[in-house]
Design a protein around this ligand. Structure first.
Ligand SMILES: NC(=O)c1ccc[n+]([C@@H]2O[C@H](COP(=O)([O-])OP(=O)(O)OC[C@H]3O[C@@H](n4cnc5c(N)ncnc54)[C@H](OP(=O)(O)O)[C@@H]3O)[C@@H](O)[C@H]2O)c1
Length: 350
């Protein structure tokens, strides 16, 4: 079994494992005892990087909001591992999920950022968050890796980025957060935050957490260049296209207990082009005699602009596949084969 490698986090002197535990289903699909076992196994394997958010569990729900942070916090405390794990969380961007803010729209204002950090610290039972990310912008942008509804410009209808970064600077000075990162951000947003940080001597964003997988390579259009040139690496989410790249949903199948069967909401992967692309990637994996999910995971992990690949396993067997994915040697032939499929079905899940 190939070992994990460690990669630099932005321009910091921290290195992170190339795999990160995604926890968004903890407290909804994944009960606390299974989540704890999963984090134990990951930690033993060397994956000490955990990604959560104030919003989680998914799907968003006032009843389960904060469950993931609570479960992660309980696990860290019960194992006495606070100084051995790298803990990432997120504040919700602009939304109508008023139940997270006592009846107000969620916004990236200084007051809301402070309140959100304090809520996360309490649920996580810690004094500091290693990486605090803006889950999505306050601006209206094509979001969550989807360009389905295109871009609409609302001039100046957002919290100024200076206000948001200034608030993060204060929280960093107070020691409540150690580093800051972006998520679901555009090229303009990334570059603007880097410029403000330079001008004001405020914290520099160290990472960008966006969707990235074989069915959605939009990141490569221009953000990949920013990631490399500016040393702001990708924390890639949904590396399996929420499970679709395993092939288990082909031919209209909906296995019992799967995310699709439990929660639906995955229509974007159900286009004819996506179905054809998934079939082609599964067939390539079969030719290579590797698990299709492992192939899809290793595609993401092997990209030079990826700092860490945030996976979302729900069982021991799926976690085994995540670990096994590291043993796929990503050759030039595999790269060519994958790119040929991509050229035939480019980004089929808009
Ligand atoms: N920043 C953001 O906006 C954002 C958005 C999404 C995710 N994330 C982060 O990224 C993490 C991972 O996202 P994700 O859960 O969408 O990742 P993913 O790896 O694309 O999808 C995970 C789903 O794939 C299925 N799966 C995993 N391994 C499998 C295998 N070997 N065979 C068949 N099915 C398999 C599981 O399905 P079943 O449920 O069917 O068992 C699981 O629910 C999240 O936990 C979160 O931390 C961030």
């Amino acid at each position: 079994m190939t070992k994990l490698d460690h990669r630099p986090l932005g321009q910091t002197d921290i290195t992170l494992p190339s795999l990160c535990v995604g926890t968004m289903m903890y407290g909804s699909q994944t009960p606390e005892d299974i989540a704890h076992r999963q984090m134990d196994r990951c930690f033993e394997f060397g994956i000490n990087f955990l990604d959560t958010a104030e919003l989680y569990s998914i799907p968003p729900d006032p009843e389960t909001h904060g469950n993931s942070e609570r479960i992660v916090g309980n696990w860290i405390k019960s194992r006495g591992l606070r100084d051995k794990v790298f803990l990432a969380s997120k504040i919700a961007g602009r939304s109508g999920m008023t139940w997270m803010r006592d009846g107000q729209e969620t916004r990236l204002t200084p007051a809301q950022i402070r309140k959100a950090v304090e809520g996360s610290l309490a649920r996580l039972q810690t004094d500091y968050i290693d990486l605090y990310q803006l889950h999505w912008p306050d601006r209206a942008t094509p979001s969550f890796g989807s360009i389905l509804y295109g871009y609409r410009h609302y001039k100046d209808d957002y919290v100024p980025l200076e206000d948001t970064l200034g608030a993060l600077d204060e929280l960093k000075r107070e020691g409540k957060i150690r580093h800051v990162g972006l998520s679901n951000e555009t090229s303009w947003g990334v570059m603007k935050y880097l410029q403000i940080a330079k001008d004001k001597n405020w914290p520099r964003m160290v990472s960008i957490q966006n969707a990235y997988n074989l069915l959605n390579r939009y990141f490569e259009s221009d953000l990949a260049e920013i990631a490399m040139q500016e040393k702001i690496g990708l924390l890639a989410y949904s590396p399996l296209g929420q499970g679709y790249l395993s092939g288990k949903y082909l031919d209209g199948k909906e296995p019992a207990g799967s995310r699709l069967a439990l929660y639906g909401r995955l229509e974007r992967y159900q286009t004819p082009a996506a179905e054809a692309a998934i079939r082609a990637y599964v067939s390539l994996a079969q030719d290579l005699k590797v698990d299709p999910a492992a192939l899809a995971l290793q595609f993401v992990t092997s990209r030079p602009w990826v700092t860490s690949n945030i996976f979302g396993a729900t069982s021991d067997a799926q976690l085994d596949v995540v670990f096994q994915s590291l043993s796929i040697k990503w050759t030039r032939e595999i790269d060519r084969a994958v790119n040929a499929i991509h050229a035939q079905y480019p980004n089929p899940c808009p």
